[in-house]
Write a protein that binds this ligand. Sequence first.
Ligand code: AHM
Ligand code: MG
Length: 335
Amino acid sequence: MECLAGTTLGEFIIRQQAAYPHATGELSTLLSSLQRAARVVNREINRAGISDVLGSMDQLNVQGEEQQKLDWFANERFKEALAARGEVCGLASEEEDGFVTFSPVNKRPGKYVVLIDPLDGSSNIDVNISVGTIFSIYRRVSPIDGPVVLADFLQPGSEQVAAGYIIYGSSTMLVYSTGQGVNGFTLDPSLGSFFLSHPNMRIPQQGRIYSINEGNYVDFPPGVKRFIKECQRDCPAENRPYTSRYIGSLVADFHRNLIKGGIYLYPPGTQLPDGKLRLLYEANPLAFLMEQAGGMATNGDVRLLTLQPESLHQRTPCYLGSRQLMLLLSACLCH
Ligand code: AHM
Ligand code: MG
């Protein structure tokens, strides 16, 4: 797809802001900070094989998972970029134990908090598979002149002001929404700028792709097993069987399904009773984008965006996808 009249992400953000006469420009600045950090992380990922950034830090993160060098690198770059300008008062990250408080810049306290998975799917980097950054932005709920508190981060996903992801793939894209649809921008590495390449992204209502780690099949709830059998049913009139695609890198699986139509499933199991994905850093931002693109997002029971978070690193079962596939799933779960 060609760039549409060469609109850069920066120009697009300013144009969107102009539609709101009372906007202060702080959210625009925050989004610019994210794209700046994304370019730095992208450069490092691109040269991963020739610089000493591959492999593990030989330490575990707060969830007991092995931290990769690039996880740490990406976390530091996003933290620096967001702390520098003053719009953000605090950050919660999959790579940090607790939330991080940012000092006011020019004595002006920031009114936003950011929640981030700095490098999702990082265990795939060593084998050159797409990885991503997922971000979520909320207005703080505590008084602007007081300290940032946990409640600022534990807001239902429906309160997100903006959310998005960067996919470091065969090309690098930044996809985001401020609640008026979803737009995608592709990085032109020769110019170092993101250009609008995917305006007003809409997920097809009837997709044919299902994405799930079928290695965990024995552990799936009966409804999910029924859904998989429905996807595999031979019914040419309904364009079935559907097709199975699973990269194991959430942003890449989500991005493909968003464009082609499909469903991503990470159900609960006996090993992981709440599934694997984190509500605040993964499920909620992607649910926000999915709904903004015309799809649906649930935990198998209710809309993900209505859940009241209880802790920073809490996990949730997660189903995201095209409307018709989500309705089929819902029927199978209720059966
Ligand atoms: P991470 O945040 O530690 O990278 O883990 C999340 C990743 C997702 O990218 C991916 O969808 C999922 O874990 C894959 O899990 P599994 O290997 O159980 O299928
Ligand atoms: Mg992750």
